[in-house]
Write a protein that binds this ligand. Structure first.
Ligand code: PEP
Length: 255
């Protein structure tokens, strides 16, 4: 089963809209030197940068897909400070990250909330990138697999079978995010393969269709080995996605 690798840049709370435009342009310049038609690239700027990035991608005909980092599960209402799935769809957003570990840990997002967001995103024709991953404490206590399985079952609970077919799951061990300490390729492969089996148990026949990304301190130096694993279909990249040269090298490693 061939799954097109997806390399996603999560810019987190970095870059104002002018800096965001510059990074889109620099990245397109860097990538022009490589062939990357076998790889999909999504960029996830902060909400306030989306319109500017959408415009530059559209006007300069850049090959990137636009992504968001989060959204609400309702399409409108009295939810001060929130952004809805319909607003994102109108900006040509293709991928929305939901359940990133920073949202789970810092903003109290439970599997139930993540499930509602994933379903709301998919309902608007966008693809959720559903994040799961264990903490260091979980791993050291030998419960990493159980934690990830429970997160998958809870977070994917509201998606239909058709929505599973285009779904993206990101396995991101919390202890590897922003620490410079990536999971070993063997451990990352094991957990991504396990995630695929769980997905297939939830919706039989979809395990081989869903793309499973690895995330957590992906850099040009470790990308080739991580992305070379059978069950790893791309990467969710934080820190290194803010540097056009490094990000382009990671994209290149996915070819
Ligand atoms: C992330 O933000 O999802 C992430 C994986 O960050 P980093 O690549 O910096 O570890």
């Amino acid at each position: 089963m061939s799954r097109t690798p997806l390399i996603s840049g999560n810019w987190k709370m970095h870059l104002n809209h002018l800096e965001a435009i510059q990074l889109c342009q620099k990245l397109s310049y860097e990538l022009a030197r490589h062939r990357y038609d076998q790889v999909e690239v999504s960029l996830h700027p902060p909400f306030v940068d989306l319109r500017s990035c959408q415009t530059v991608i559209d006007v300069d005909r850049l090959e990137f897909k636009l992504g968001a980092q989060n959204c609400h599960d309702q399409n409108q209402g009295a939810f001060t400070g929130e952004v809805s799935p319909t607003m994102l769809a109108k900006l040509d957003v293709t991928y929305v990250i939901v359940g990133h570990s920073e949202r789970r840990a810092l903003f109290g997002e439970t599997d139930e909330i993540v499930a509602a967001k994933a379903a709301a995103v998919a309902k608007q024709g966008m693809t959720p990138i559903v994040c799961v991953g264990e903490t260091l404490e979980d791993r050291e206590a030998g419960r990493a697999t159980n934690v990830v399985t429970t997160q998958l079952r809870g977070s994917l609970a509201k998606l239909t079978r058709a929505q599973f077919e285009t779904l993206v799951v990101a396995y991101e061990p919390v202890w590897a995010i922003g620490t410079g300490r990536n999971a070993s390729p063997v451990d990352a492969q094991d957990m991504c393969a396990r995630a695929r089996r769980v997905i297939d148990e939830i919706r039989p026949g979809t395990g081989s269709l869903v793309r499973v990304q690895y995330g957590g301190s992906v850099k040009p130096v470790n990308a080739p080995e991580l992305l070379g694993q059978t069950d790893i279909d791309g990467a969710l990249v934080g820190g290194a996605s803010l540097d056009a040269t490094q990000f382009a090298r990671i994209v290149n490693a996915a070819r």
